[in-house]
Design a binder for this molecule. Sequence first.
Ligand code: UDP
Length: 234
Amino acid sequence: MKEIYKGKAKTVYEDGNEVVIEFRDDITAFDAVKHNQIKGKGFYNAQTSAKLFELLEKNNIKTHYIGMDDDIRMRAKHVEIVPLEVIVRNIAAGSITKSYPIKEGKEFEKPVILFDLKNDAYHDPLLNEDVAEALGVSNREEMNDIRNIALRVNEVLKSFFAEHKIKVVDFKLEFGRYKNELLVADEISCDTCRFWNEKNESLDKDLYRFDKGDVLAGYKRIYDIVTSSIGTQS
Ligand code: UDP
């Protein structure tokens, strides 16, 4: 298989008209200034992502997910990635508490959706529909469709995790264009979501970002929940 992309934590291979996404043990934060390897992290992210994509599909949300080739390799449809990071926030945490006058832990009355341009060199700047259109990366209609899907994803994730007493604080989605459709793509894992337990302790990458505790234990907690509660695809 031909390698077509190597990111900070995943490597993507092309296999005919599909791709195989390998989840590596690399973990990075702060524009990859901080980077390490945590043995087993790739496994937990691959498995968590697979189960969450299955959960979305069960709820009639279309994703790029096809299945797992092995423990750390996901087979997916070869989409054209929309170069936007779609951030959904239920509770204020992370960058929004730095950019705007809002305190960490504040619950939003309704979900807040933000679009960042996927561009490391420019540090993923926030953009609106006009900028996206001017840059030629998307347009108002597509961003409105993305927004509606992101809100549905949020409802599914929030209600699933609420049953397990986990708060979905925020998360990042990426979308792919595929045969005139938008599919949820990339990954949904502890690298791309903030999850808090009942004591508002992090079970996600903030453990790594801020040296808050055992990173793998947090990732495993989420993995245990999703793998024991979301059935295997029939
Ligand atoms: N996020 C991500 N990739 C990015 C930026 C953000 O997966 O390049 C996720 C992040 O893990 C969090 C949410 O999106 O769950 C919101 O991130 P935020 O904008 O607060 O940035 P951060 O504080 O993570 O730098």
